[in-house]
Ligand binder design. Sequence first.
Ligand SMILES: O=C(O)C(=O)C[C@]1(C(=O)O)C=C[C@@H](O)C=C1
Length: 312
Amino acid sequence: MASTPLARPPSIQPISQISPSNNWKFAGRPQSFPMVPSRSLPVKSSIQRGDDSNVANDPHTLPRPLTSSDISNLGSGSRLRVAYQGLPGAYSESAAAKAYPNCQAVPCELFETAFDAVGRWLVDRAVLPIENSLGGSIHRNYDLLLRHKLHIVGEVVYAVRHCLLVNRGVKLEDLKRVLSHPQALAQCEHTLTKLGVVKEAVDDTAGAAKFVASNKLKDAGAVASSLAADIYDLDILAQDIQDDSDNVTRFLMLAREPIIPGVDKPFKTSIVFSLEEGPGVLFKALAVFAMRDINLTKAIFNIFSTLHTYFY
Ligand SMILES: O=C(O)C(=O)C[C@]1(C(=O)O)C=C[C@@H](O)C=C1
């Protein structure tokens, strides 16, 4: 499946972890601002526009009222900011572009940072991986869904086609190790085992490519996208090295506000609940859906002291 071309403004910096102090509550005038001596403050607030004496000297510098065309231009011109985990060239970036064509994709260091970035209004949406056809569920994101108050507003399935990237001149027989995201390494398990290389896990596939390139490694390669090869100026030694040609990752689209489902088309719903341990509790929970002819596409069970269950 071809990926949508990405619009990449050069100025976008990855969001690293958002510290608790970096919140958006304004707790008064920052001390670094020049303070106005109190005696120079006007007696009346200049916001009281009914009184001529309060109008600023130059009326042309006053803000002009918003017009309806300002608002319609805003709608078409402003780009949705979409957080993803990883560096430019990560599959998640391409998935964000597929989910929201023309969006401004914002790289985040961690999954958690992407959740936080939406929650704190730094971005509008997040697009995060939830499962892969070969590697299975991405449990960290299931946990984060429970901890954060974001809503699943859609999903996108992205065909992941891995390449083996190396610095110019490096050959297959030179490779001693291969770096990538653990999911990507798992998706290329057979190929990498056949090559007899050591597999090293890093935060994301594009990060692996960047590391190999910036350290000019001659004995190491990266499993990453062809887009990452372009961005970090690496050679593609092998293409489509995933163990299954139908390797797809499902990504969730997350937002602060839910989409209220209509009755015009089918909607997929996610439910998470926990059950007290006991004989037949899972059978009874599943019966609730079976009796109403509700189709379940996936169920995940975590059995700890209580039973934690995810359904789609
Ligand atoms: O490392 C990347 O490029 C990612 O986008 C992450 C990720 C994942 O977390 O599963 C996304 C898609 C692929 O399955 C491999 C890695």
